[in-house]
Design a protein around this ligand. Structure first.
Ligand code: MV4
Length: 451
């Protein structure tokens, strides 16, 4: 086997830092992790071979501090940096800073990140290469007048989206022509405030859809394979809550169609490393490119469970210049996997609940995986996202996976702070969840979190 890195620096925290440390140690790679003042007493700091404090809790002064992280890599002699997700994972300037210091960024190229981060440009690239996109504007709209004309041509309802967008900011659904000018201005202002770029583009609004995404692996030599799809429709305020693989109603033909389309999308932008193409699946079973996520995603474990492939190890091997050692026909999806994101939040109103965990007893047993950095006595800081554990189950089929998730959630003991565990137990008993009969509007329809 080609030489991998001797040491990798992990520029992240929490469960994903632990996940990356595990992959490195299994590959015989030493690890260094960076941490902020409030993260001194944490699992990644204990598990890594070395740990370096890079600043105070505020992300801008620690996990987003590019010079501090490059310096940490240099003084620990790390040859590569894994950014995890969030923070600097999709920052093209950070990739360029790594390149300038001869440190390998474990992830896509700076150009890949720029293409994926500019949603209007990604749409253009896909259109040009024949990847289906929802009818819409072929560039950011230039003015309110421009928006009205394009919207009338597409037909209402339409959705305004921020070119630099993410997380639903700068997004507005427009049902009638008369509402467009006002919504255009508020979306434009919101996008500018959030991203420093107010550009908006338009798409036909698909009123009922599923969110289906495809995991990709692409090496540095143009070889691209997909690892099947994930169904991620159960979300709230653009935060996914439950993800599964495979999609309940996917047969081999659907998997090939959506998978081949995702591979085509990756090739259209000369993508490399791990990535995910997100699609809209409409009621006529048509798929449309929505965006490409140029990072490892929170929900990657469900794909690992059904394919047996360690995606983090693949990322590291690709970044080290290894050729993909698997072909598309080697990828087999078997069984079923579901993930619940356990957040330190009130299970009804979803308000973050930072604080001390007085007792933490994760579930175990057959088919249960817990990706977590939590432990008894750990204080969940208020400065970061509220994800404390990912509970992932595997079953021979969806029915077994659901039964396993239910019993694992019941076993899961977290005392001292509120978590979203009770919320998931309600969803798992919902007949429409059990039958697979749900869309992205599932939680709004159910009002499952209102009482
Ligand atoms: C859409 C859509 C319907 N039609 N695009 C994109 C980002 C993701 N977080 C939500 N997105 C959507 N894009 C078209 N052409 C529906 C959603 C969507 C959504 C939009 C607004 C408010 C709540 C939503 C919940 C799920 C999906």
């Amino acid at each position: 086997m080609m030489n991998l890195f001797k040491k990798v620096l992990i520029a992240n925290r929490g469960e994903i830092a632990v996940r990356i440390i595990r992959a490195c140690h299994e590959l015989g790679i030493k690890t260094a992790v960076v941490y902020s003042d409030v993260d001194r007493e944490t699992l990644p700091v204990r598990l890594a071979d070395e740990a370096i404090c890079i600043g105070p809790a505020q992300p801008a002064q620690s996990y987003l501090n590019i010079p501090a992280i490059i310096t940490a890599a240099e003084i620990t002699d790390a040859e590569a940096i894994h950014p995890g997700y969030g923070f600097l994972a999709e920052n093209a300037q950070f990739v360029e800073a790594c390149n300038a210091s001869a440190i390998t960024f474990i992830g896509p190229s700076a150009d890949n990140i720029r293409d994926g981060g500019d949603k209007a440009r990604a749409r253009q690239i896909m259109t040009k290469k024949g990847v289906p996109v929802v009818p819409g504007s072929d560039a950011p709209v230039k003015s309110e007048k421009d928006a009205v004309e394009i919207a009338k041509a597409i037909g209402f309802p339409v959705i305004l989206k921020a070119s630099a967008g993410g997380g639903g900011r700068g997004m507005r659904i427009v049902h009638k022509e008369k509402d467009l000018s006002q919504l255009y201005h508020t979306a434009n202002k919101e996008a500018f405030a959030a991203f420093g770029n107010g550009d908006l583009y338009l798409e036909k609004y698909i009123t009922e859809m599923r969110h289906i995404e495809v995991q990709l692996l692409a090496d540095n030599y143009g070889n691209v394979i997909h690892l099947g799809e994930r169904e991620c429709s159960i979300q709230r305020r653009h935060q996914k809550l439950i993800e599964e693989s495979p999609y309940v109603f996917a047969d081999a033909k659907f998997r090939k169609r959506v998978g081949d389309t995702a591979v085509k999308a990756a090739k259209a932008m000369k993508y490399r490393n791990a990535g995910t193409v997100e699609f809209i699946l409409d009621n006529d079973n048509e798929i449309y490119f929505m965006e490409i996520n140029t990072r490892i995603q929170v929900e990657h474990p469900v794909t690992e469970m059904v394919t047996g492939i360690d995606i983090i190890k693949e990322q590291i091997m690709i970044a080290a210049g290894k050729k993909l050692d698997k072909k598309q026909q080697d990828i087999k999806v078997s069984g079923h996997s579901i993930e619940c994101r356990i957040n330190a939040e009130d299970p009804v109103r979803f308000v973050p609940q930072p604080g001390r965990i007085d007792l933490f007893i994760p579930p175990g047993g057959p088919g249960v995986r817990v990706d977590s950095a939590a432990f008894t006595g750990w204080t969940v800081p208020a400065h970061y996202d509220s994800l404390i554990s990912k509970l992932i189950v595997y079953g021979k089929d969806r029915e077994e996976a659901i039964a396993r998730m239910r019993r694992a959630l019941r076993e899961f003991t977290v005392e001292g702070i509120k978590t979203t565990i009770p919320f998931f137990l309600k969803i798992l008993d919902d007949p429409d969840f059990i039958s697979g009969n749900f869309k992205t509007n599932f939680l709004e329809i159910k009002d499952i979190n209102k009482q």
